[in-house]
Design a protein around this ligand. Structure first.
Ligand SMILES: [Zn+2]
Length: 420
């Protein structure tokens, strides 16, 4: 028995090998797209009103110094992502039009003050920092407004309240609002370099893992007791990629008819997590067995790992599930799913999303959005964004949606009234 278990440990159990053992199944090809965190979505939608003005270039520093003097808390306001001084050719026409001087700067007699190329447009400060009257008085006492009669036109503009989280977002905002700078960082989610590093680790086999999830989903669906939803859990913690659990939805298994929501405790995610727990217990028992055998102690009757439950269906029920469950390829101990990766055919429901978060998974990848029930996506549907919550939930799980390169058949598209 012991030798057999050791041999099973040596079997390759990466997603591609498991798929290979199931026969000729074509592996999906696609791309990973990191989900926006809830904080990112919030940051994206908020704007801040600022004062802006136009001035000949040689007066830019003087004006900024005057503003610093009259708005003492300016340095504490985080508007560093906004380019304070911009040339006209970096502004869009709808912004230039607000200054009523888009075509040039001249006085009432038609005398040209300056060429447009030499004019600078300045974001002065947030509107909330100072009243327009006080600001206007302070500025109009300074050249060029005080002596040359250069018109002081204070314009109020909306600008993004928070820094952009990608260069694409900075470009988009620069067209929509005002020139914005991007500092290759993301204060509202994982740092871009962390995302790249993690994607490099998982991108190669994510298609195979999701194909495997579809295989188990189809197997269970054909058996008639579930929706076509599948889940695969992968362990990459020791650099060898191993599928440690695979489970299908089984919501109608015990009731015998496809009515209502069925048993919510046997959604694919809940069952897959239970199977990991079973395997960890079994690994612990094998460790104890090996220890007894090494010390020559008499084989003792070991306590049963656990009692399988017909409510939680925490045992393999299909051929694919059994195949993976028979492999002793996970370490004993460790907190449930710490640092494991989870792949699901569909966005998990809110309950399963919380189970994923609390089981301490490292990464989640799913393919199909579930706008009415899904708990992961933050910018549409229910908008919960239950991942990457370092402040509230002390966990930094990363989440991606998988987008297939080729248009797929829609056999796994299920009605959104069902919870996953
Ligand atoms: Zn669920």
């Amino acid at each position: 028995m012991g030798e057999e278990k050791i041999l099973q440990n040596a079997l390759p159990s990466d997603p591609v090998s498991i798929l290979g053992s199931l026969g000729s199944v074509q592996v999906k090809d696609g791309t990973l797209r990191m989900l926006k965190t809830r904080a990112e979505v919030k940051a994206k939608s908020e704007t801040l009103d600022v004062y802006a003005l136009a001035v000949p270039a040689q007066y830019s520093s003087r004006i900024l110094n005057t503003v610093r003097a009259v708005v003492p808390d300016l340095n504490t306001i985080d508007i560093q992502h906004i380019k304070r001084v911009a040339k006209y050719d970096f502004l869009t026409i709808h912004v230039l039009n607000k200054f009523s001087m888009a075509s040039g700067y001249s006085d009432a007699n038609g005398n040209q003050f300056d060429t447009l190329e030499n004019i600078r447009y300045i974001v002065v400060c947030p509107v909330s920092s100072i009243t327009e009257g006080i600001l206007s008085n302070a500025l109009s006492s300074q050249p060029p407004f005080s002596d040359s009669g250069f018109p002081l036109v204070l314009v109020t503009l909306p600008v993004p309240a928070y820094a952009p989280t990608s260069s694409e977002q900075a470009d988009e905002w620069s067209v929509q609002y005002w020139p914005i700078s991007y500092k290759n960082t993301n204060p509202y989610g994982p740092h871009p370099s962390m995302v790249l590093h993690n994607e490099a680790e998982i991108v190669k086999s994510s298609g195979a893992a999701l194909t495997l999830a579809e295989c188990v989903a189809n197997e269970a669906y054909e058996n008639g007791s579930s929706l076509p939803i599948g889940c695969v859990i992968v362990d990459r913690t020791d650099k060898v990629e191993k599928v440690v659990a695979i489970a299908a939805d089984a919501r109608w298994q015990s009731q015998g008819s496809k009515e209502g929501a069925g048993n919510v405790m046997v959604h694919a995610v809940q069952r897959a997590i239970s199977l990991v727990a079973q395997k960890r217990l079994r690994a612990e028992q094998l460790k104890q067995d090996a220890l007894h055998s090494k010390h020559g102690s008499l084989s003792q009757e070991q306590p049963s790992c656990s009692k399988n439950s017909s409510v939680f269906l925490d045992y393999p029920i299909g051929d694919i599930e059994r195949r993976v469950h028979s492999l002793d390829n996970i370490a004993a101990g460790g907190y449930l799913c710490t640092d494991l990766d989870i792949y699901i055919t569909h966005e998990p429901c809110v309950m399963c999303s919380m189970a994923i978060l609390h089981s301490r998974f490292r990464r989640i990848v799913f393919q199909r959005r579930m706008p009415l029930t899904g708990g992961m996506i933050a910018d549409s549907g229910l908008k919960y964004g239950i991942f990457w919550r370092p402040a509230e939930l002390n966990w930094k799980m990363l989440a991606w949606i998988w987008e297939p390169i080729e248009v797929e058949d829609n056999s796994l598209d299920i009605a959104d009234q069902f919870h996953v």
